[in-house]
Design a protein around this ligand. Sequence first.
Ligand code: GLU
Length: 395
Amino acid sequence: MTHPLSDRINSLPVSQTLAMAAKARELKGQGIDIISLSLGEPDFNTPNFIKDAAIEAINQDYNSYTPVDGYVELKEAICTKFKRDNDLVYQPNQIVVSTGAKQSIANVAQVLLNPGDEVLLPAPYWVSYSAIAILCEAKFVEIPSSIEDDFKITPAQLEAAITPKTKMVFFNSPNNPSGSIYSENEYRALAAVLEKYPQIYILSDEIYEHINYGVKPFSFAAIESMFDRTITINGLAKAFAMTGWRIGYLGAPQWIAKACTKMQGQITSGTNCIAQRAAITAVLAPIEKVQYMVDEFKTRRDLVLDLLGQIEGFKLNIPEGAFYVFPDISAFFGKTVNGMKIENANDFSLFLLEKANVATVTGDAFGAPNCIRMSYAASVVQLKEAIQRIKEAVN
Ligand code: GLU
């Protein structure tokens, strides 16, 4: 039986990252020993100094609605962070705090995109970018890259994708899923193209900023000619191990921030008051306080690259940030492996789930059909076991 759902929801794909995580949970619930490398979620606890700030907020009776765009103290703290880490000067009226960076991105898309507008997505890109564009009835246009280019696009590719209908381009560095980081020079070269097209707005998703292994990411809005056209997205989930607290934020031209506040005011209102109070402490904390997690991710990255590199058919780049590896596994396409025919990345991801009991996410979800994504935000023991199982299944 078909239910009378709207065309809007019927046209929306399911989030593949969340779907794979749910499937892994379901199989675990059935007693199957699944190792889930699907979801991008730190496996650390939120640091105590942040938890203490939340407990204090509860005891101080923070329980009312907050301003829709966030507490003033939090917006001021975010301005301090933008200046400290990114050399960006925003005023509090240019900041909007939301229920996760995902809502920040959705707000921006909703307030800027009309049906038929085109959004450029350098691929691979995070799963929800395309879905968020679909919800706005905009058309997303993929700009492909490959492992040979370290999953980065060139200025010529960017320019070739631009049409009179192009309204936005989404950048994400460090990138989910590839872990690649655009250097300042690479970003400046892309900006030189965009300078010729003043009708295009840039969304720069910097949620993995602090999870980098030596190369400090550059903020796109720090390019002077781009500042008035760029929306900088960030949040606390990844660097502070606060995924479930749902705090994301943006810095943008005031007119965009104001429109996002209007949108949010009709959908969710201000985000959770306790999480916002704790966020003030997190945002202002010296980043050294959470460096231990980044150091641990680096150890795991090196381990995963070493072990996966020993399996024939896995082609790898060296991710400079985030906590994913994104191997090109197209060498398996067209082969029958361990009794299963592999035609594409989706098949390979299912193969790993069934034959190795390891959950990954197909590259199709990220606009990169030759790859799969594996999150190494899991313990060293689990990672070693997962890769051993993969090796056995493939051999
Ligand atoms: N951003 C994370 C990921 O890509 C969390 C899940 C999601 O919201 O998609 O796995």
